[in-house]
Design a protein around this ligand. Structure first.
Ligand code: FAQ
Length: 306
């Protein structure tokens, strides 16, 4: 047994200076980078509503949430750097379409109810997926996940609170919430990835204790957690096959459109082009700041004055 295998068998964390197989390092960089990119691209759908928030209170909340997502991206890029990845290189891979980000952020936010539904369902799905990642085998990732999960829980609560307020409002507001739930439900289920039988990475990632549960296990957990919340809220989940299965002690539910997930992941979702174009523009707009910071750092390290 290698030192790496012994550490995994004892449920110990793998730390940056530990010896690890190249394939483990590559898998960790892949997952952490995709996760970081998702947080950064994930600022866009809700960010579009900051200037159109219906009150100062809602605007302050939304601004803070979107800033938290930027922070999550930064912790995650830092975690990827502990594995030898270069953040500039990861960003280039994202904007050139060579590295993935979550499918969920390629759908449009049509009304302010979408902000609430993203908090409730999308952050809810993110929490379900990420709480087990706090026990992931790679130390810096697992530790980043603890703080991220705390913030995501707060995000989910704010989304649910927004929806509770709208559901107590006019018939038109209730209809907006239902419409947003109808549009975000299936894409939220797709966030957990392809079904287990079609997930190429799960078996190895479970063996390496990067993933602690399969995609389908986490999807099931999310459905079971969300159904009572939907009923408390007074909305219907758009799945005619959704029902409690007494024998299993879990809900049965319909299958998402897996072809749609494949299309969205491969770049052909409703807003993939717009999301990447916006990220590319932000990268170009920020180039002078990075150049100035690098010049300052080079000058400071060579003992020059400012
Ligand atoms: N979208 O073999 P698997 C958030 C890819 S953060 C796009 O099952 P794996 C916070 C997958 O990467 C949301 N691609 O792969 C927030 C793989 O690609 P490859 C992001 C997907 O890695 C809230 C291929 O398909 N969360 O929401 C998707 O074992 C609100 C085969 O799949 C994370 O990244 C998808 N839905 O499992 C922000 C969590 N599903 O091999 C703003 C960490 C699969 O070609 C507002 N990541 N793929 O490179 C994970 O837990 C895993 O990576 C999974 C995929 C579960 C996403």
């Amino acid at each position: 047994m290698t030192v790496f295998e012994r550490a995994l068998a004892r449920d110990q964390r793998i730390e940056p200076r530990d010896t690890m197989p190249d394939a483990y390092r590559a898998t960790m960089i892949r997952q952490i980078a995709q996760h970081a990119h998702s947080e950064i691209i994930g600022m866009q759908p809700e960010g579009e509503w900051i200037t159109r928030a219906p009150s100062l209170r809602r605007k302050a909340i939304l601004l803070a949430k979107v800033q938290d997502e930027a922070g999550h991206g930064l912790y995650l890029y830092s975690a990827a750097e502990t594995l030898g990845a270069d953040r500039g290189d990861l960003t280039r891979r994202l904007i050139e379409g060579r590295q993935k980000y979550s499918s969920i952020f390629n759908y449009p936010t049509l009304t302010f109810a979408d902000v609430g539904v993203i908090g409730w369902l999308v952050d809810g799905a993110a929490i379900c997926n990420q709480v087990p990642l706090c026990r992931s085998s790679y130390g810096p990732y697992a530790r980043a996940m603890i703080r991220i999960c705390k913030e995501e829980s707060f995000h989910q609560r704010q989304g649910y609170e927004l929806l509770t307020t709208m559901m107590g409002g006019t018939a038109q507001q209730r209809a907006m919430v239902q419409d947003a739930v109808d549009r975000w439900w299936w894409p939220s289920l797709m966030m957990f990835g392809p079904p287990d039988g079609a997930s190429p990475n799960t078996a190895q990632s479970m063996a390496w204790k990067i993933k602690r549960h399969t995609n389908d296990e986490l999807r099931q957990r999310f459905v079971d957690m969300t159904v009572p919340q939907a009923s408390a809220l007074g909305v219907t989940l758009p799945d005619p096959e959704l029902r409690w299965n007494e024998a299993r002690g879990q809900h049965d539910f319909g299958a998402p459109d897996w072809d749609e997930l494949k299309r969205v992941i491969s770049g052909d979702g409703p807003l993939n082009h717009q999301r990447l174009a916006r990220r590319r523009q932000a990268d170009a707009d920020g180039a002078w700041v990075r150049e100035a910071a690098a010049a300052h750092a080079a000058r400071s390290s060579s003992g020059g004055t400012t």
